[in-house]
Design a protein around this ligand. Structure first.
Ligand code: GLC
Length: 734
């Protein structure tokens, strides 16, 4: 349909029909199953409101959605097709590593390829829109949703956000195998005070513009079709009702022209925030802020007609919102093809097919981060006898907390992965330790989860310790519960469950050759792990092929190459801790006896493991850092070059990182910022020259007047394998 036809359609619609297009409900209201991904309280929708709702969330399945579309369009006066949306976060049926793990690959193209697989599978299952990527910058490991982000760095997040949008959408969302992407949560949801879920965000406008919005800007430049509002307040104004943020910043300054959808019930929650006395005021705030779709609340459908009839809200405001929703349906080709890609045969053929499993396997391998490997303890030898212990050895649900459509598909467990490449008795398996402390109780995504409801493996602890004592090496597969991160998963303590730490210590007492494989949705405080493990491999939640990928890395079939996308703190007391912080007026320079410096009395300033850090089986040396010129002009380029050599005996990837520092400016500038990275493969003994081009644009920031600009002065370029890289060269911008 062309734009003028859309206009004709819009003009022919009744007020009731138009408002209906702005409602999104969960399919459970149609007795059509579907998964609730948020609280359902007292929403009441009339039959007519449900008949006219413009979009549905939370249900999938080609046959089911074809039937649904047919019956829905029968009741539509203009036979406008319904939009089907769902949370396809790290894969649909083929599950990839959680987004934080994908950030650890430092390989946006890989993440884009994962998104393309997720699009193919979910489109065949009838989905049109996914609520992904989450582009929130995250720096507080207490917050549960760090698992859904690609980490603490502005530039890295922007690279991933752009690549994932392109992976989902391709060049044209109406094409087969493509879905529209919805970047979320706008804005600064990743900065909740104290890391507490839904808590307020209190950041300066400069920090917002310079650190929290670039990844959304990148998504918009990549053509993202939807943006989702965030639940929390920003400067005490709930984002969903924040007209300045949505109309002046998102739409005008960032040039977003697509659909703005609220998060679950967020329009209604303007009342709870205390900025709306009732639904009528909430509806007015949200529609004036430019929120097009009211997700899972009955505010728009119950209040907008009255506001328009009274003249408090103009018809023009309503029409622009409805036109954006109709345009999205049109971009997807739904007027001509209301089922789009829904195809039961393709659905059966594509789900978890070999090609998709291979993609999941490669993504998992590249996501693992080797934090420690004392004395070459890894890789394991197949000739050695290794005891695999701990609560995760047989787990087939290592998908993280946000894969609501894949739970019934078992992942490859560690036991299965290892058994494929190592015959017993070289590898023996016994949990010997439970996942949770017995007294632990928390509300999971699907109700209560507690220590008592978890399998109790402690009864065979002694047997497991005997296996450890009789083995050459031990692999302990430990971690936090998958529902201890994700939405509603904020934690005040970020250590492993005590029961696991106790088991680790007992195991170390009988066999020191321990590798700890850590499953987590966030950076953890690993201080109680480091002294007892010779090797530590962070596996995050690796998805469908997790066990086979872990086995391949443990036995050297593949080399670990992941780099931390988020700092692992020394302790929760440091949080938020991130590499691109500021010197302060009294920087700590390592004198513990000097009181008046920016430091703690009882813990270090540095995280346990810094952003960008990760070991390989190879050994990489950097040399010959140089600049082709040390003066940069506004129009010019300065090239910084380094030689990277693999001095080890293993071929592997190394992610070479470029950080820049602005020594003095009209406002305080971070001690360094990631401005480039290059993931290169080096065979043993090989070397490669890596060159980064530095331009004036890379030096821009929001100056004292909030102008986005660069300022002449001195700069330092650091190049190395993580954010503590010391090799540096200086240059000036004139
Ligand atoms: C949830 C999440 C959001 C998700 C939406 C729909 O509350 O905040 O990320 O996409 O509701 O499930």
């Amino acid at each position: 349909m062309n734009d003028s036809d859309l206009r004709v359609l819009l003009d022919d619609m009744t007020l009731e029909e138009k408002i209906g297009q702005l409602l999104q409900v969960n399919s459970s209201f149609y007795n059509a199953g579907g998964l609730l991904t948020g609280p359902q309280q007292n929403e009441q929708f009339s039959r007519r409101q449900l008949e006219l709702a413009g979009s549905l969330l939370g249900t999938v399945g080609a046959e089911h959605l074809i039937r649904f579309q047919d019956s829905y369009m029968e009741t539509q006066p203009h036979r406008i097709p319904m939009l089907f949306m769902a949370d396809i976060i790290n894969g649909y049926k083929t599950v990839f590593p959680i987004p934080l793990a994908q950030g650890a690959t430092f390989n946006p193209e890989l993440a884009g390829a994962c998104a393309a697989v997720a699009a193919r599978e979910s489109a065949a299952a009838g989905i049109h829109v996914t609520f992904s990527p989450m582009a929130d910058l995250v720096r507080d490991a207490r917050w549960g949703r760090v698992m859904e982000s690609t980490g603490e760095d502005v530039y890295l997040n922007s690279c991933f956000s752009s690549a994932v949008v392109r992976g989902y959408q391709g060049g044209d969302v109406s094409e087969k195998g493509r879905v529209a992407a919805c970047v979320k949560h706008f804005a600064a949801y990743g900065a909740p005070l104290a890391g507490r879920e839904y808590n307020q965000a209190e950041i300066s406008e400069r920090t917002l513009m310079e650190e929290y919005l670039p990844s959304f800007r990148a998504a918009i430049e990549a053509g993202v079709k939807l943006v989702m509002t965030s639940f929390q307040t920003l400067g005490r104004i709930p984002c969903t009702g924040n007209r300045k943020l949505m109309r002046d910043t998102l739409r005008a300054e960032m040039n977003f022209r697509g659909v703005l959808i609220s998060d679950w019930k967020a329009v209604d929650e303007l009342i709870a925030h205390g900025v709306a006395a009732d639904g009528r005021e909430a509806a007015k705030l949200a529609i004036e802020a430019g929120v097009d779709i009211d997700m899972m609340a009955d505010v728009y459908v119950n209040e907008l007609a009255g506001l328009i009839d009274s003249g408090e809200v103009s018809r023009g405001l309503l029409d622009e919102a409805v036109l954006r929703v109709l345009s999205l349906k049109n971009d997807l080709g739904l007027f001509e093809h209301p089922y789009k890609d829904a195809d039961p045969e393709a659905e059966r053929r594509l789900m978890l097919c070999k090609e998709h499993r291979r993609a999941a396997h490669e993504a998992a391998i590249q996501s693992f981060v080797l934090l420690k490997n004392e004395g070459g303890n890894l890789p394991l030898l197949k000739s050695e006898r290794t005891a695999f212990l701990g609560p995760y050895i047989n787990d087939q649900n290592i998908v993280g907390s946000w894969t609501i459509f894949a739970d019934e598909n078992p992942c490859v467990s560690i036991r299965e992965g290892v058994s494929r490449i190592v015959p017993e008795p070289s590898a023996v398996f016994l949990e010997g330790c439970s996942l949770l402390d017995k007294e632990t109780r928390f509300a999971g995504f699907r109700g209560l989860a507690d220590g008592k409801s978890q399998p109790d493996f402690s009864a065979r602890e002694d047997e497991a310790l005997k296996l450890a004592a009789g083995a050459d090496k031990v692999v302990l597969c430990l971690g936090e519960h998958r529902q201890h991160s994700g939405e509603g998963g904020a934690r005040g303590e970020i250590t492993l469950p005590q029961v696991q730490t106790d088991f680790l210590k007992k195991t170390a007492a009988v066999n020191p050759n321990i590798t700890a494989v850590i499953f987590c949705g966030r950076p953890l405080d690993l201080r109680n792990v480091v002294p007892y493990a010779k090797s530590i491999l962070v596996a995050w939640f690796p998805g469908s092929e997790g066990g086979s990928a872990i086995a391949d890395v443990l036995y050297g079939e593949a080399c670990p190459s992941g780099k931390l996308p988020m700092s692992f703190p020394h302790s929760v007391g440091q949080v938020p801790v991130y590499y691109s912080d500021f010197t302060t007026g009294r920087p700590y320079c390592g004198q513990p006896d000097f009181r008046f410096a920016s430091k703690y009395l009882d813990i270090p300033n540095e995280p346990l493991y810094p952003f960008g850090f990760g070991l390989s089986y190879g050994a990489f040396a950097y040399s010959g850092l140089s600049l082709d010129c040390d003066i940069l002009t506004k129009e010019g380029t300065v090239n910084v070059t380094v030689t990277v050599s693999n001095t080890g005996v293993w071929g592997g990837y190394e992610t070479v990182q470029l950080y820049l520092r602005d020594i003095a400016a009209s406002v305080a500038r971070p001690v360094r910022e990631l401005k480039g990275f290059r993931k290169i493969w080096l065979e043993p003994g090989a070397s490669a020259q890596v060159t980064f081009a530095i331009t004036e644009e890379m030096l821009r920031f929001y100056d004292i007047n909030m102008s986005y600009t660069s300022e002449a002065g001195s700069f330092v370029a650091y190049v190395g394998g993580d954010s503590t890289a010391a090799d540096s060269v200086a240059f000036s911008l004139i």
